[in-house]
Design a protein around this ligand. Structure first.
Ligand code: SF4
Ligand code: SF4
Length: 292
Protein backbone atom coordinates (compact mmCIF):
# COMPACT_ATOMS: atom_id res chain seq x y z
CA UNK A 1 0.00 0.00 0.00
CA UNK A 2 0.98 3.64 -0.39
CA UNK A 3 2.01 4.14 3.23
CA UNK A 4 4.42 1.22 3.03
CA UNK A 5 5.93 2.53 -0.20
CA UNK A 6 6.55 5.94 1.31
CA UNK A 7 8.08 4.28 4.39
CA UNK A 8 10.45 2.35 2.11
CA UNK A 9 11.37 5.59 0.39
CA UNK A 10 12.07 7.23 3.76
CA UNK A 11 14.38 4.37 4.75
CA UNK A 12 16.21 4.58 1.42
CA UNK A 13 16.69 8.33 1.80
CA UNK A 14 17.84 7.92 5.38
CA UNK A 15 20.46 5.33 4.37
CA UNK A 16 21.58 7.41 1.38
CA UNK A 17 22.22 10.38 3.68
CA UNK A 18 23.89 8.50 6.55
CA UNK A 19 27.68 8.68 6.25
CA UNK A 20 28.22 5.41 8.14
CA UNK A 21 25.54 3.38 6.39
CA UNK A 22 26.38 4.39 2.85
CA UNK A 23 29.87 4.55 1.36
CA UNK A 24 28.72 7.15 -1.14
CA UNK A 25 27.19 9.35 1.57
CA UNK A 26 30.45 9.69 3.51
CA UNK A 27 31.78 12.45 1.23
CA UNK A 28 28.51 14.38 1.01
CA UNK A 29 26.73 14.11 4.32
CA UNK A 30 27.90 14.53 7.88
CA UNK A 31 26.89 13.59 11.40
CA UNK A 32 27.15 15.18 14.82
CA UNK A 33 27.78 13.16 17.96
CA UNK A 34 26.44 14.71 21.16
CA UNK A 35 28.48 13.64 24.19
CA UNK A 36 25.66 13.59 26.74
CA UNK A 37 26.04 10.04 28.10
CA UNK A 38 28.96 9.62 30.54
CA UNK A 39 27.87 6.52 32.50
CA UNK A 40 28.35 2.94 31.42
CA UNK A 41 26.70 -0.25 32.64
CA UNK A 42 29.50 -2.63 31.67
CA UNK A 43 33.28 -2.69 31.64
CA UNK A 44 34.84 -3.76 28.38
CA UNK A 45 38.40 -4.98 28.69
CA UNK A 46 39.48 -2.60 25.92
CA UNK A 47 38.04 0.56 27.48
CA UNK A 48 39.74 2.76 30.04
CA UNK A 49 36.42 4.49 30.86
CA UNK A 50 37.80 7.96 31.30
CA UNK A 51 36.12 9.83 28.56
CA UNK A 52 35.66 7.48 25.71
CA UNK A 53 33.57 4.67 24.40
CA UNK A 54 35.34 2.40 21.96
CA UNK A 55 31.88 1.76 20.60
CA UNK A 56 32.30 4.92 18.60
CA UNK A 57 35.36 6.83 19.67
CA UNK A 58 39.11 6.99 19.83
CA UNK A 59 40.88 7.03 23.18
CA UNK A 60 40.78 9.98 25.37
CA UNK A 61 38.07 11.75 23.98
CA UNK A 62 35.38 14.09 24.32
CA UNK A 63 36.33 17.59 25.30
CA UNK A 64 33.36 17.83 27.67
CA UNK A 65 30.11 16.15 28.61
CA UNK A 66 27.14 18.29 27.60
CA UNK A 67 23.77 18.73 29.29
CA UNK A 68 20.74 18.05 27.05
CA UNK A 69 20.05 21.77 26.75
CA UNK A 70 23.68 22.53 25.86
CA UNK A 71 23.58 19.71 23.32
CA UNK A 72 20.52 21.27 21.71
CA UNK A 73 22.23 24.66 21.52
CA UNK A 74 25.33 23.09 19.98
CA UNK A 75 23.19 21.24 17.44
CA UNK A 76 21.41 24.45 16.46
CA UNK A 77 24.72 26.19 15.81
CA UNK A 78 26.28 23.29 13.96
CA UNK A 79 23.28 22.46 11.74
CA UNK A 80 22.80 26.08 10.83
CA UNK A 81 26.44 26.42 9.81
CA UNK A 82 26.75 23.02 8.11
CA UNK A 83 23.47 21.95 6.52
CA UNK A 84 25.15 18.87 5.01
CA UNK A 85 24.91 17.30 8.48
CA UNK A 86 21.79 15.11 8.36
CA UNK A 87 22.38 12.75 11.28
CA UNK A 88 22.36 13.61 14.98
CA UNK A 89 23.58 10.82 17.25
CA UNK A 90 24.52 9.93 20.79
CA UNK A 91 27.57 7.67 20.95
CA UNK A 92 28.97 8.08 24.42
CA UNK A 93 31.29 8.71 26.05
CA UNK A 94 29.64 5.89 28.06
CA UNK A 95 26.65 3.79 27.01
CA UNK A 96 23.81 6.01 25.75
CA UNK A 97 21.14 3.63 27.06
CA UNK A 98 22.56 3.88 30.59
CA UNK A 99 21.91 7.63 30.71
CA UNK A 100 18.47 9.28 30.89
CA UNK A 101 20.03 12.42 29.39
CA UNK A 102 20.25 10.57 26.06
CA UNK A 103 16.46 10.47 25.72
CA UNK A 104 15.98 14.00 27.00
CA UNK A 105 18.47 15.22 24.41
CA UNK A 106 17.01 13.28 21.50
CA UNK A 107 13.53 14.48 22.37
CA UNK A 108 14.69 18.11 22.33
CA UNK A 109 16.46 17.60 19.01
CA UNK A 110 13.47 15.91 17.36
CA UNK A 111 11.16 18.75 18.38
CA UNK A 112 13.49 21.36 16.92
CA UNK A 113 14.64 19.38 13.86
CA UNK A 114 11.94 16.89 12.89
CA UNK A 115 13.70 15.99 9.63
CA UNK A 116 17.09 14.91 10.96
CA UNK A 117 17.91 11.23 11.36
CA UNK A 118 18.33 10.33 15.03
CA UNK A 119 21.06 7.77 15.61
CA UNK A 120 22.37 6.00 18.68
CA UNK A 121 25.04 3.46 19.57
CA UNK A 122 24.95 1.03 22.46
CA UNK A 123 26.55 -2.06 23.89
CA UNK A 124 23.04 -3.56 23.73
CA UNK A 125 22.63 -4.63 27.36
CA UNK A 126 19.67 -2.30 27.97
CA UNK A 127 18.32 -2.48 24.45
CA UNK A 128 15.25 -4.69 25.04
CA UNK A 129 14.25 -2.61 28.09
CA UNK A 130 14.78 0.74 26.39
CA UNK A 131 13.23 -0.08 23.02
CA UNK A 132 9.92 1.68 23.79
CA UNK A 133 11.87 4.83 24.75
CA UNK A 134 13.95 4.67 21.57
CA UNK A 135 10.84 4.41 19.46
CA UNK A 136 9.11 7.17 21.42
CA UNK A 137 11.87 9.69 20.79
CA UNK A 138 12.17 8.66 17.13
CA UNK A 139 15.56 6.94 16.80
CA UNK A 140 15.72 5.33 13.35
CA UNK A 141 19.35 4.19 12.95
CA UNK A 142 20.97 2.11 15.66
CA UNK A 143 24.42 0.66 16.23
CA UNK A 144 24.98 -2.24 18.60
CA UNK A 145 28.53 -3.19 19.51
CA UNK A 146 28.53 -6.97 19.60
CA UNK A 147 31.76 -8.89 19.75
CA UNK A 148 30.61 -12.53 20.00
CA UNK A 149 27.57 -14.79 20.00
CA UNK A 150 29.36 -17.39 22.10
CA UNK A 151 29.03 -16.37 25.78
CA UNK A 152 32.43 -17.91 26.57
CA UNK A 153 34.10 -15.63 24.05
CA UNK A 154 32.07 -12.62 25.12
CA UNK A 155 33.13 -13.33 28.72
CA UNK A 156 36.74 -12.64 27.67
CA UNK A 157 35.79 -9.21 26.32
CA UNK A 158 34.11 -7.79 29.44
CA UNK A 159 35.24 -7.74 33.04
CA UNK A 160 31.79 -7.08 34.47
CA UNK A 161 28.22 -6.27 33.56
CA UNK A 162 25.76 -4.41 35.75
CA UNK A 163 22.11 -5.21 35.13
CA UNK A 164 19.14 -4.40 37.35
CA UNK A 165 21.37 -3.70 40.35
CA UNK A 166 23.32 -6.96 40.08
CA UNK A 167 26.92 -7.38 38.97
CA UNK A 168 27.73 -10.29 36.66
CA UNK A 169 31.22 -11.56 35.88
CA UNK A 170 32.79 -14.37 33.84
CA UNK A 171 30.50 -16.68 31.92
CA UNK A 172 27.38 -15.17 33.49
CA UNK A 173 28.41 -11.76 32.15
CA UNK A 174 28.96 -13.24 28.69
CA UNK A 175 25.58 -14.97 28.80
CA UNK A 176 23.58 -11.92 29.76
CA UNK A 177 25.32 -9.73 27.18
CA UNK A 178 24.72 -12.09 24.27
CA UNK A 179 21.12 -12.76 25.31
CA UNK A 180 20.21 -9.07 25.60
CA UNK A 181 22.06 -8.06 22.46
CA UNK A 182 20.36 -10.69 20.29
CA UNK A 183 16.96 -9.97 21.80
CA UNK A 184 17.46 -6.22 21.36
CA UNK A 185 18.65 -6.45 17.76
CA UNK A 186 15.68 -8.63 16.87
CA UNK A 187 13.27 -6.16 18.44
CA UNK A 188 14.94 -3.21 16.72
CA UNK A 189 14.81 -4.79 13.25
CA UNK A 190 11.18 -5.79 13.78
CA UNK A 191 10.35 -2.23 14.80
CA UNK A 192 11.83 -0.96 11.51
CA UNK A 193 15.11 0.48 12.75
CA UNK A 194 18.10 0.21 10.43
CA UNK A 195 20.69 -1.65 12.49
CA UNK A 196 24.48 -1.64 12.24
CA UNK A 197 26.64 -3.99 14.31
CA UNK A 198 30.10 -2.82 15.36
CA UNK A 199 32.53 -5.59 16.23
CA UNK A 200 35.89 -5.02 17.85
CA UNK A 201 38.37 -7.47 16.38
CA UNK A 202 40.64 -8.85 19.10
CA UNK A 203 43.20 -11.30 17.69
CA UNK A 204 43.35 -14.50 19.71
CA UNK A 205 39.88 -13.98 21.18
CA UNK A 206 37.16 -13.41 18.58
CA UNK A 207 39.02 -13.38 15.23
CA UNK A 208 38.05 -16.95 14.28
CA UNK A 209 34.54 -16.47 15.63
CA UNK A 210 33.43 -13.26 13.94
CA UNK A 211 32.14 -15.11 10.89
CA UNK A 212 29.62 -16.94 13.12
CA UNK A 213 28.46 -13.56 14.40
CA UNK A 214 28.09 -12.33 10.80
CA UNK A 215 25.89 -15.32 9.95
CA UNK A 216 23.69 -14.74 12.98
CA UNK A 217 23.18 -11.02 12.44
CA UNK A 218 22.35 -11.70 8.80
CA UNK A 219 19.52 -13.97 10.01
CA UNK A 220 18.32 -11.18 12.27
CA UNK A 221 18.16 -8.65 9.42
CA UNK A 222 21.07 -6.39 10.38
CA UNK A 223 21.79 -3.90 7.57
CA UNK A 224 25.56 -3.52 7.86
CA UNK A 225 28.51 -4.76 9.94
CA UNK A 226 31.55 -2.74 10.95
CA UNK A 227 34.56 -4.80 12.02
CA UNK A 228 36.86 -2.42 13.87
CA UNK A 229 40.47 -3.04 14.94
CA UNK A 230 41.18 -3.27 18.66
CA UNK A 231 42.73 -0.17 20.19
CA UNK A 232 45.14 -1.66 22.74
CA UNK A 233 44.43 -0.06 26.10
CA UNK A 234 43.12 -0.87 29.60
CA UNK A 235 43.07 -4.65 30.26
CA UNK A 236 44.03 -5.22 26.64
CA UNK A 237 47.01 -2.84 26.69
CA UNK A 238 49.40 -5.74 26.11
CA UNK A 239 47.52 -7.24 23.19
CA UNK A 240 48.64 -6.74 19.61
CA UNK A 241 46.24 -4.75 17.42
CA UNK A 242 45.19 -6.39 14.17
CA UNK A 243 46.79 -5.04 11.01
CA UNK A 244 44.65 -3.44 8.29
CA UNK A 245 45.24 -6.60 6.20
CA UNK A 246 43.94 -8.81 9.04
CA UNK A 247 40.87 -6.63 9.40
CA UNK A 248 40.23 -6.74 5.68
CA UNK A 249 40.58 -10.54 5.61
CA UNK A 250 37.88 -10.87 8.30
CA UNK A 251 35.63 -8.35 6.52
CA UNK A 252 36.04 -10.32 3.27
CA UNK A 253 35.04 -13.54 5.06
CA UNK A 254 31.94 -11.89 6.54
CA UNK A 255 30.91 -10.03 3.38
CA UNK A 256 28.93 -12.93 1.83
CA UNK A 257 26.65 -12.86 4.89
CA UNK A 258 26.28 -9.20 5.73
CA UNK A 259 27.30 -5.98 4.02
CA UNK A 260 30.58 -4.63 5.42
CA UNK A 261 31.30 -1.05 6.39
CA UNK A 262 34.91 -0.43 5.42
CA UNK A 263 35.20 3.31 5.88
CA UNK A 264 34.80 3.68 9.67
CA UNK A 265 37.21 6.15 11.25
CA UNK A 266 36.54 5.30 14.93
CA UNK A 267 35.34 8.81 15.68
CA UNK A 268 35.32 10.68 18.97
CA UNK A 269 32.06 10.88 20.88
CA UNK A 270 31.87 14.63 20.22
CA UNK A 271 32.84 14.52 16.53
CA UNK A 272 30.92 16.46 13.91
CA UNK A 273 31.23 17.11 10.19
CA UNK A 274 32.16 14.63 7.50
CA UNK A 275 33.70 11.33 8.60
CA UNK A 276 37.48 11.71 8.63
CA UNK A 277 37.25 15.51 8.83
CA UNK A 278 36.36 15.98 12.45
CA UNK A 279 35.38 19.62 12.80
CA UNK A 280 35.44 19.46 16.60
CA UNK A 281 39.21 19.20 16.17
CA UNK A 282 39.66 21.97 13.59
CA UNK A 283 40.67 25.57 14.04
CA UNK A 284 37.90 28.10 13.60
CA UNK A 285 39.62 29.37 10.48
CA UNK A 286 39.50 25.93 8.85
CA UNK A 287 35.87 25.44 9.91
CA UNK A 288 34.97 28.71 8.22
CA UNK A 289 36.59 27.57 4.97
CA UNK A 290 34.41 24.44 4.98
CA UNK A 291 31.34 26.54 5.72
CA UNK A 292 32.00 28.63 2.58
FE1 SF4 B 1 33.66 1.56 27.44
FE2 SF4 B 1 31.69 1.66 25.66
FE3 SF4 B 1 32.46 -0.71 26.71
FE4 SF4 B 1 31.14 1.06 28.19
S1 SF4 B 1 30.36 -0.03 26.38
S2 SF4 B 1 32.98 -0.08 28.82
S3 SF4 B 1 31.96 3.01 27.46
S4 SF4 B 1 33.66 0.63 25.37
FE1 SF4 C 1 30.49 6.20 11.66
FE2 SF4 C 1 32.54 4.70 12.53
FE3 SF4 C 1 32.43 7.30 13.11
FE4 SF4 C 1 30.67 5.63 14.21
S1 SF4 C 1 32.87 5.63 14.56
S2 SF4 C 1 30.26 7.67 13.33
S3 SF4 C 1 30.41 4.16 12.54
S4 SF4 C 1 32.63 6.42 11.07
Amino acid sequence: CEIEISKDEDVKRMIAQHPCYSKEAQHKFGRIHLAVAPKCNIQCNYCDRKFDCVNESRPGVTSEVLSPQAALEKTKQVLEAYPFIKVVGVAGPGDPLANDETFETLELIKKEFPDVTLCLSTNGLNLPDKMPELLRVGVTTLTVTMNAIDPEIEAQMVSHVSYNGKIYRGLEAGEIMVKKQLEGIKMAVEAGLVVKVNTVLVPGINDEHIIELAKKINELGVFIMNVMPLICQAQFADKVAPTPAECKAIQDKCAPYVQQMRHCRQCRSDAYGLIGQDMSQMSEERRNVIKL
